[in-house]
Unconditional design. Structure first.
Length: 278
């Protein structure tokens, strides 16, 4: 199979490395940074560049750019995408991307499926891409009422081959609603937490808790501004819920109510046990 990958940053670069390490598929890559293209070719992550000439030969096209860049790229290249090609975006939000790409796919005859690999690092760029980044992770795919089940089976086989432990099928609406909590809120909280004046005095006083709380504060502010703003309706609700919850702890502390504080902490521990995860 010929796999084209547009954008060879952390996600696209890791996808390229995973495909080349774990499968026999050919990989053609495209990135606006010439140094990244050179590195990708030298380390064997791609077999060659993705060009206007070989775009139509792609069986699978993975788009690993920011949401608006993905939309712009497809608008520019849609006429060159073959009807046999399956196009999957790997963006962190789905409604804003799917509502633009789905009509383009219908217009030009290729197949489009929205996707989101649930894996990442706080560091970006091809130099941080890893062939095992997706090992054990979940791959989310958008599924509609007219989705080809045989296609989903083929995609499941592909993503399993490159390391994903499971596939989750959902709608753009449900995806964005849940991601606002599981991913976006965590980035906002981490960014806000590290802005405390005490952050500069933490050396010698911090360990795992500080590391875990601040890891994703090393974000790409341009990308994350786009992701958060495009999902602000769901994210605002999550932030408001968090503020309400924090006010409960604040009120208990201000009123010297140890019983109330203990109850809140107990509820949080029990919620974590119910939710699971590390």
């Amino acid at each position: 199979m010929n796999v084209g990958i547009v954008g060879l940053g952390l996600i696209g670069g890791s996808m390229a490395k995973s495909v080349k390490t774990r499968t026999l598929h050919a990989v053609w890559g495209a990135d606006i940074d010439s140094e990244t293209m050179t590195l990708a070719r030298l380390c064997g992550a791609i077999d060659g560049p993705l060009t206007d000439e070989n775009l139509a030969d792609c069986d699978l096209l993975l788009l690993a750019l920011a949401p608006r860049s993905v939309v712009g790229w497809v608008q520019e290249h849609a006429k060159g995408i073959a009807r046999k090609t399956v196009v999957i975006d790997l963006c962190g939000i789905k409604r804003a991307v799917c509502r633009e790409l789905a009509p383009l796919a219908r217009q030009h005859g290729f197949t489009y499926v929205g996707g989101h690999p649930m894996a990442g690092l706080e560091r970006s760029g091809f130099v941080n891409a890893q062939p095992d980044l997706f090992a054990g992770s979940s791959m989310i795919l958008m599924k509609g009422s007219d989705t080809d089940i045989q296609l989903l089976d083929r995609l499941k086989a592909f993503f399993t081959d490159v390391g994903f432990a499971s596939l989750t099928f959902t709608t753009p609406e449900e995806h964005d609603r849940i991601i606002a909590y599981t991913s976006q809120l965590a980035h906002v909280v981490s960014s806000a937490y590290i802005r405390s004046p005490e952050a500069l005095e933490r050396r010698g006083f911090s360990a795992g808790s500080f590391r875990d709380m601040t890891r994703v504060a090393r974000l790409d502010e341009t990308l994350w501004t786009e992701l958060l703003m495009d999902n602000r309706d769901f994210l605002v609700g999550q932030i408001e819920t968090l503020i309400d919850n924090l006010n409960g702890y604040l009120d208990a502390l201000k009123s010297d109510d140890a019983t109330r504080l203990r109850a809140l902490l107990k509820e949080g521990r029990e919620k974590k046990a119910q939710a699971g995860g590390n």
